[in-house]
Design a protein around this ligand. Structure first.
Ligand code: GDP
Ligand code: MG
Length: 188
């Protein structure tokens, strides 16, 4: 049985019958999860949430409207009741690390398994994001390593810079496309 979405602050469909996409940001502290939605062209609004921050915005992706309901999370990759709740509720996940922080890359590599523990499937839409590429001189994680992890995850990969507003929208758009692709496939 499908479990109803609980992680979002305001469950249910968006007004006007347009599709709402519940997106969860995952990643180590300091990688840029909280600034990313603002340093994009997504025009997000902050909504009050019980514990973690949530942002909402409406965009058009491939000429179709999409309401994004973005949950910004904090904390380490350990298993907590809270994490279980938002992993249950997310329709798609943006797994972030910083290219200047190898530890954050190692943490990013753990999320698929953590999601699997909750959802019991690997067929969950994901994108992998290596942020802070403006800090090239401090890079600790190569593009190739990011690509290899994305291949292992079977997901899209974006190297971004929130500071330069570079490629952030593409990561969100990429995730919505993954969710749409999954929905258009017949379920087994
Ligand atoms: P979070 O803990 O993952 O939510 O990280 P934050 O969004 O709070 O960002 C942590 C720090 O990294 C802040 O000082 C941001 O301004 C900085 N930061 C985020 N993204 C970038 C980026 O692309 N480039 C640079 N140079 N700094 C960034
Ligand atoms: Mg944060």
């Amino acid at each position: 049985m499908e479990v109803e979405n609980e992680a979002s602050c305001s469950p249910g469909s968006a007004s006007g019958g347009s599709r709402e996409y519940k997106v969860v940001m995952l990643g180590a502290g300091g990688v840029g999860k909280s600034v990313m939605p603002f340093l994009s062209h997504l025009n997000v609004n902050v909504v009050l949430c019980f514990s973690e921050d949530a942002y909402k915005t409406q965009v058009r992706i491939d000429n179709e409207p999409a309401y994004l309901d973005i949950l910004d999370t904090a904390g380490q990759a350990e298993f907590t009741a809270m994490r279980e709740q938002y992993m249950r509720g997310g329709e798609g996940f943006i797994i972030c690390y910083s290219v200047t922080d190898r530890q954050s890359f190692q943490e990013a590599a753990k999320f698929k398994e953590l999601i699997f523990q909750v959802r019991h499937t690997y067929e969950i839409p994901l994108v992998l994001v290596g942020n802070k590429i403006d800090l090239e001189q401090f890079r600790q994680v190569s593009t190739e390593e990011g690509l290899n992890l994305a291949q292992e995850y079977n997901c899209g990969f974006f190297e971004t810079s929130a500071a330069l507003r570079f490629c952030i929208d593409d990561a969100f758009h990429g995730l919505v496309r993954e969710i749409r692709k999954k929905e258009s496939m017949p379920s087994l």
